[in-house]
Ligand binder design. Structure first.
Ligand SMILES: Cc1cc2nc3c(=O)[nH]c(=O)nc-3n(C[C@H](O)[C@H](O)[C@H](O)COP(=O)(O)OP(=O)(O)OC[C@H]3O[C@@H](n4cnc5c(N)ncnc54)[C@H](O)[C@@H]3O)c2cc1C
Length: 322
């Protein structure tokens, strides 16, 4: 592990002003960042500790929705009564995430900005495209956990459980710089490898994710998160489905479906949403809608199974809401 300086700013503007260089990294809970440093995936000159900034950990309910500060620990989110009652998809996603120890330390901002778990990216011996090399080793290598959609030049999947849940709820992200802030729909926060293969989101070098805002729940809104994993204990999703809809009897007046574990970004299934809207749902109807929505999937040699898992995850989620 290389030596680095630790900066402990007192406010977010000061933190952002330290972020000019590629060798400067933000640290929230450190559960991902420190692994990256110890495994020499990154070699920082400076680590900027967000823990010294007061006021970045909060869950505030207001007229325009619930505001969640980036430094809010995942365990606080999972334990919050408003989140549990009004946004079950987010409560369930938070509870499904990692282990109690990791949820106690990991933060909402860190979860949304964590780096991918691809074993080629995480291997210090491998210089893949994401680390500036010229190849994606997953495309012809071991790829059972990799992307079936949106990959192309790099087949990572985005590993966060909170991201699909928050996108299904139409959450927005507030991004801070030294001079102010901007707000974007969380769905637009994530970017595909073809935009910049070394990044997973739109954050510029001097920007920090400050908060996410979730709009107030609508009448008859129901939501849930289904996560399919290889193991019964803590694990990343093979495939997950975040579903949020306006339900009337057996039909959805409106529905949003976001998959995790299938693409380098949380993946909206808009085609399936349109097929399901206004029609009574059954297992067959949902699975057929997902199949059609995934007709442009390009599975790799070891991960064809993810197409079936996606249909199962969405079907379980959708049917549990009617
Ligand atoms: C064993 C294990 C199992 C796990 N299982 C799951 C799982 O099932 N589901 C899941 O979703 N995750 C899982 N994770 C990932 C875990 O949730 C993340 O490590 C954690 O959420 C990151 O939060 P953190 O606060 O520790 O971030 P850090 O490690 O401090 O930071 C992570 C990254 O985000 C950047 N960053 C942090 N905060 C900000 C910010 N506010 N603005 C901009 N950039 C920022 C950092 O620079 C760094 O690159 C697992 C991790 C481990 C080690």
């Amino acid at each position: 592990m290389n030596n680095f300086k630790l900066a402990q700013p007192q406010n977010i503007e000061q933190a952002a002003s330290l972020l000019s260089d590629k060798k400067v990294f933000l640290m929230a809970g450190g559960t991902d960042l420190l692994d990256e440093i110890k495994n020499e995936i990154i070699t920082p000159d400076v680590v900027v500790d967000l823990n010294t900034i007061p006021g970045l950990s909060y869950i505030n309910s207001t007229d325009d929705g619930v505001h969640v500060g980036a430094m809010t620990r995942v365990s606080k989110l999972a334990g919050n009564q408003t989140i549990k009652t009004s946004y079950p998809v987010l409560h369930e996603a938070a509870l499904s995430l990692a282990s109690p120890q990791l949820r106690n330390v990991g933060t909402v901002g860190g979860n949304l900005c964590q780096r991918p778990r691809c074993w080629y990216y995480r291997d210090p011996q491998v210089e893949c495209r994401k680390k500036g090399g010229s190849r994606c080793y997953a495309s012809r290598g071991r790829n059972r956990y990799h992307a079936i959609l949106g990959g192309g030049i790099c087949h990572i999947v985005y590993p966060s459980d909170l991201a699909p849940a928050l996108i299904s709820l139409d959450a927005e992200a507030t991004i801070a710089t030294a001079n102010g802030s901007r707000t974007v729909p969380l769905q637009e926060f994530y970017t595909l490898p073809r935009v910049d293969v070394q990044k997973e989101n739109i954050l510029k070098a001097n920007e920090i994710l400050k908060e996410v805002k979730i709009p107030p729940p609508k009448n008859e809104q129901k939501s849930t998160y289904v996560k399919l994993k290889e193991r019964g204990t803590w694990d990343f999703a093979l495939v997950s489905a975040a579903v949020c809809g306006i339900v009337s009897g057996k039909t959805f007046k409106d529905i949003k479906i976001v998959l995790g574990g299938v693409a380098p970004i949380p993946w909206r299934l808009e085609k399936a949403e349109n097929l399901l809207k206004g029609n009574p749902v059954t297992d067959d109807v949902v699975k057929q809608a997902v199949k059609e929505a995934l007709s442009d999937a390009r599975p790799l040699n070891e991960n064809v199974y993810k197409q079936d898992l996606a249909a199962i995850a969405v079907s379980r989620a959708v049917l549990s809401l009617v």
